[in-house]
Design a protein around this ligand. Structure first.
Ligand code: GDP
Ligand code: MG
Length: 208
Protein backbone atom coordinates (compact mmCIF):
# COMPACT_ATOMS: atom_id res chain seq x y z
CA UNK A 1 0.00 0.00 0.00
CA UNK A 2 2.53 2.54 1.21
CA UNK A 3 5.03 1.66 -1.47
CA UNK A 4 3.04 3.48 -4.13
CA UNK A 5 3.78 6.68 -2.23
CA UNK A 6 7.49 6.15 -1.92
CA UNK A 7 9.18 9.52 -1.98
CA UNK A 8 11.66 10.41 -4.61
CA UNK A 9 14.28 13.09 -4.14
CA UNK A 10 15.45 14.74 -7.32
CA UNK A 11 18.42 17.08 -7.50
CA UNK A 12 18.12 19.92 -9.98
CA UNK A 13 20.89 22.40 -10.78
CA UNK A 14 20.14 25.87 -12.14
CA UNK A 15 22.94 27.46 -14.16
CA UNK A 16 23.47 30.56 -16.25
CA UNK A 17 25.10 33.97 -16.15
CA UNK A 18 24.72 36.20 -13.16
CA UNK A 19 21.59 38.39 -13.36
CA UNK A 20 19.55 36.28 -15.80
CA UNK A 21 16.96 35.50 -13.11
CA UNK A 22 17.90 32.07 -11.74
CA UNK A 23 17.13 32.92 -8.11
CA UNK A 24 13.98 34.80 -9.14
CA UNK A 25 12.65 31.83 -11.10
CA UNK A 26 13.25 29.53 -8.14
CA UNK A 27 11.62 31.98 -5.75
CA UNK A 28 8.63 32.38 -7.98
CA UNK A 29 8.28 28.63 -8.36
CA UNK A 30 8.82 27.64 -4.74
CA UNK A 31 7.57 30.67 -2.78
CA UNK A 32 5.39 32.45 -5.35
CA UNK A 33 7.31 35.65 -4.73
CA UNK A 34 9.16 38.08 -6.94
CA UNK A 35 11.46 40.91 -5.95
CA UNK A 36 12.55 43.66 -8.29
CA UNK A 37 15.61 44.31 -6.19
CA UNK A 38 18.77 42.68 -7.26
CA UNK A 39 20.44 40.79 -4.46
CA UNK A 40 23.38 38.63 -5.33
CA UNK A 41 22.57 35.21 -3.97
CA UNK A 42 24.54 34.68 -0.83
CA UNK A 43 25.28 31.44 0.96
CA UNK A 44 23.40 29.48 -1.59
CA UNK A 45 22.13 26.12 -1.23
CA UNK A 46 18.85 24.76 -2.38
CA UNK A 47 15.11 25.19 -2.16
CA UNK A 48 12.78 22.24 -2.07
CA UNK A 49 9.31 21.76 -3.43
CA UNK A 50 7.08 18.73 -3.31
CA UNK A 51 4.95 17.95 -6.31
CA UNK A 52 2.97 15.10 -7.73
CA UNK A 53 4.26 13.86 -11.04
CA UNK A 54 2.17 11.16 -12.67
CA UNK A 55 0.85 10.08 -9.30
CA UNK A 56 4.23 9.99 -7.72
CA UNK A 57 5.25 12.24 -4.87
CA UNK A 58 8.48 13.93 -5.82
CA UNK A 59 10.69 16.28 -3.84
CA UNK A 60 12.55 18.64 -6.09
CA UNK A 61 15.76 19.88 -4.52
CA UNK A 62 16.67 22.89 -6.63
CA UNK A 63 20.23 24.12 -6.22
CA UNK A 64 21.13 27.76 -6.61
CA UNK A 65 24.60 29.14 -7.21
CA UNK A 66 25.76 31.42 -4.40
CA UNK A 67 26.67 34.06 -6.92
CA UNK A 68 29.85 32.11 -7.66
CA UNK A 69 28.58 31.70 -11.20
CA UNK A 70 30.55 34.84 -11.94
CA UNK A 71 33.75 32.95 -11.30
CA UNK A 72 32.55 29.61 -12.63
CA UNK A 73 33.88 27.92 -9.53
CA UNK A 74 30.98 26.00 -8.13
CA UNK A 75 32.82 22.89 -7.03
CA UNK A 76 32.09 19.25 -7.57
CA UNK A 77 29.72 18.86 -4.58
CA UNK A 78 27.36 21.33 -6.19
CA UNK A 79 27.02 19.20 -9.30
CA UNK A 80 27.26 15.73 -7.81
CA UNK A 81 24.24 13.50 -8.26
CA UNK A 82 22.25 15.96 -10.37
CA UNK A 83 19.17 14.55 -12.09
CA UNK A 84 18.52 17.53 -14.35
CA UNK A 85 20.31 20.75 -15.29
CA UNK A 86 18.30 23.89 -15.96
CA UNK A 87 20.13 26.43 -18.12
CA UNK A 88 18.85 30.00 -17.97
CA UNK A 89 19.57 33.01 -20.16
CA UNK A 90 18.03 36.46 -20.47
CA UNK A 91 16.32 36.96 -23.86
CA UNK A 92 17.38 40.64 -23.72
CA UNK A 93 21.07 39.92 -23.18
CA UNK A 94 22.80 38.22 -26.09
CA UNK A 95 25.93 37.43 -24.10
CA UNK A 96 23.94 35.32 -21.65
CA UNK A 97 22.81 33.22 -24.61
CA UNK A 98 26.33 32.95 -26.04
CA UNK A 99 27.67 31.54 -22.79
CA UNK A 100 25.20 28.63 -22.74
CA UNK A 101 27.72 26.36 -24.45
CA UNK A 102 30.19 27.05 -21.65
CA UNK A 103 27.63 26.33 -18.96
CA UNK A 104 26.59 23.10 -20.60
CA UNK A 105 30.18 21.97 -20.95
CA UNK A 106 31.04 23.05 -17.44
CA UNK A 107 28.15 20.98 -16.15
CA UNK A 108 29.14 17.88 -18.10
CA UNK A 109 32.78 18.21 -17.01
CA UNK A 110 32.01 18.72 -13.35
CA UNK A 111 29.04 16.42 -12.88
CA UNK A 112 30.46 13.79 -15.24
CA UNK A 113 27.14 11.97 -15.66
CA UNK A 114 27.38 8.33 -16.67
CA UNK A 115 25.62 8.94 -19.98
CA UNK A 116 26.42 12.55 -20.98
CA UNK A 117 24.67 12.29 -24.37
CA UNK A 118 21.36 11.55 -22.70
CA UNK A 119 21.67 13.71 -19.62
CA UNK A 120 18.54 15.88 -19.28
CA UNK A 121 19.02 19.61 -19.77
CA UNK A 122 16.30 22.18 -20.14
CA UNK A 123 16.62 25.76 -21.39
CA UNK A 124 14.72 28.76 -20.04
CA UNK A 125 14.70 32.08 -21.88
CA UNK A 126 13.75 34.45 -19.06
CA UNK A 127 12.53 38.07 -18.72
CA UNK A 128 10.27 37.97 -21.77
CA UNK A 129 8.07 40.59 -20.05
CA UNK A 130 10.63 43.38 -20.41
CA UNK A 131 9.51 46.17 -22.72
CA UNK A 132 6.77 43.94 -24.11
CA UNK A 133 9.44 41.93 -25.90
CA UNK A 134 10.78 44.94 -27.83
CA UNK A 135 14.21 44.82 -26.27
CA UNK A 136 14.82 41.18 -27.08
CA UNK A 137 18.19 40.39 -28.55
CA UNK A 138 17.74 36.64 -28.92
CA UNK A 139 14.89 35.30 -31.03
CA UNK A 140 12.85 32.30 -30.05
CA UNK A 141 14.05 30.67 -33.27
CA UNK A 142 17.75 31.05 -32.32
CA UNK A 143 17.03 29.45 -28.98
CA UNK A 144 15.10 26.59 -30.57
CA UNK A 145 17.97 26.03 -32.99
CA UNK A 146 20.48 25.86 -30.14
CA UNK A 147 18.25 23.34 -28.37
CA UNK A 148 17.92 21.21 -31.49
CA UNK A 149 21.68 21.24 -32.02
CA UNK A 150 22.30 20.10 -28.46
CA UNK A 151 20.19 16.98 -28.36
CA UNK A 152 16.65 18.34 -28.50
CA UNK A 153 16.66 20.17 -25.22
CA UNK A 154 13.18 21.32 -24.20
CA UNK A 155 12.79 25.12 -24.31
CA UNK A 156 10.52 27.44 -22.32
CA UNK A 157 10.19 31.20 -22.47
CA UNK A 158 9.54 32.51 -19.00
CA UNK A 159 8.97 35.54 -16.84
CA UNK A 160 9.80 35.16 -13.18
CA UNK A 161 8.29 38.59 -12.68
CA UNK A 162 4.91 37.79 -14.18
CA UNK A 163 4.95 34.13 -13.24
CA UNK A 164 4.68 33.18 -16.88
CA UNK A 165 5.46 29.54 -17.76
CA UNK A 166 7.37 29.00 -14.53
CA UNK A 167 5.24 26.11 -13.24
CA UNK A 168 5.14 24.50 -16.67
CA UNK A 169 8.91 24.71 -17.00
CA UNK A 170 9.58 23.15 -13.60
CA UNK A 171 7.00 20.44 -14.17
CA UNK A 172 8.91 19.53 -17.27
CA UNK A 173 12.12 19.59 -15.22
CA UNK A 174 10.55 17.21 -12.71
CA UNK A 175 9.46 14.80 -15.43
CA UNK A 176 12.86 14.79 -17.08
CA UNK A 177 14.61 14.34 -13.75
CA UNK A 178 12.27 11.52 -12.80
CA UNK A 179 12.96 9.69 -16.05
CA UNK A 180 16.66 10.16 -15.51
CA UNK A 181 16.45 8.92 -11.94
CA UNK A 182 14.52 5.84 -13.06
CA UNK A 183 17.28 5.03 -15.47
CA UNK A 184 19.83 5.42 -12.71
CA UNK A 185 17.82 3.30 -10.27
CA UNK A 186 19.73 0.24 -11.20
CA UNK A 187 22.74 1.71 -9.41
CA UNK A 188 20.91 2.95 -6.35
CA UNK A 189 18.61 0.17 -5.29
CA UNK A 190 20.39 -0.45 -2.03
CA UNK A 191 17.99 1.45 0.22
CA UNK A 192 15.12 -0.67 1.52
CA UNK A 193 11.74 0.92 1.97
CA UNK A 194 12.64 1.24 5.59
CA UNK A 195 9.69 1.86 7.83
CA UNK A 196 12.17 3.18 10.39
CA UNK A 197 12.67 6.30 8.30
CA UNK A 198 9.01 7.25 8.39
CA UNK A 199 8.25 10.17 10.64
CA UNK A 200 6.74 8.75 13.81
CA UNK A 201 4.75 11.87 14.62
CA UNK A 202 2.50 11.19 11.65
CA UNK A 203 1.27 7.94 13.06
CA UNK A 204 -1.42 9.46 15.14
CA UNK A 205 0.06 8.33 18.42
CA UNK A 206 0.66 10.31 21.52
CA UNK A 207 3.57 12.73 21.28
CA UNK A 208 4.39 12.62 24.97
P1 GDP B 1 20.48 35.51 -10.86
O1 GDP B 1 21.76 36.25 -10.63
O2 GDP B 1 20.51 34.72 -12.11
O3 GDP B 1 20.05 34.68 -9.67
O4 GDP B 1 19.36 36.62 -11.10
P2 GDP B 1 18.26 37.21 -10.08
O5 GDP B 1 17.16 36.23 -9.87
O6 GDP B 1 18.94 37.69 -8.86
O7 GDP B 1 17.65 38.41 -10.93
C1 GDP B 1 18.43 39.49 -11.37
C2 GDP B 1 17.55 40.72 -11.57
O8 GDP B 1 16.63 40.50 -12.62
C3 GDP B 1 16.70 41.09 -10.35
O9 GDP B 1 16.65 42.48 -10.24
C4 GDP B 1 15.34 40.53 -10.66
O10 GDP B 1 14.32 41.29 -10.04
C5 GDP B 1 15.30 40.68 -12.17
N1 GDP B 1 14.47 39.66 -12.83
C6 GDP B 1 14.56 38.31 -12.68
N2 GDP B 1 13.66 37.68 -13.45
C7 GDP B 1 12.97 38.64 -14.10
C8 GDP B 1 11.89 38.61 -15.06
O11 GDP B 1 11.36 37.57 -15.47
N3 GDP B 1 11.46 39.83 -15.52
C9 GDP B 1 12.00 41.03 -15.11
N4 GDP B 1 11.50 42.14 -15.61
N5 GDP B 1 13.01 41.07 -14.22
C10 GDP B 1 13.49 39.91 -13.72
MG1 MG C 1 21.12 34.30 -7.91
Amino acid sequence: MASARRRTLLKVIVLGDSGVGKTSLMNQYVHKKFSQQYKATIGADFMTKEILVEDRLVTLQIWDTAGQERFQSLGVAFYRGADCCVLVYDVNVKRSFDTLDNWREEFLNQASPSDPKNFPFILLGNKIDIDGGNSRSVSEKSAQDWCAANGNIPYFETSAKEDYNVDAAFLSVAKLALDHERNQDIYFQTLPEASSTEPTEQRGGCAC
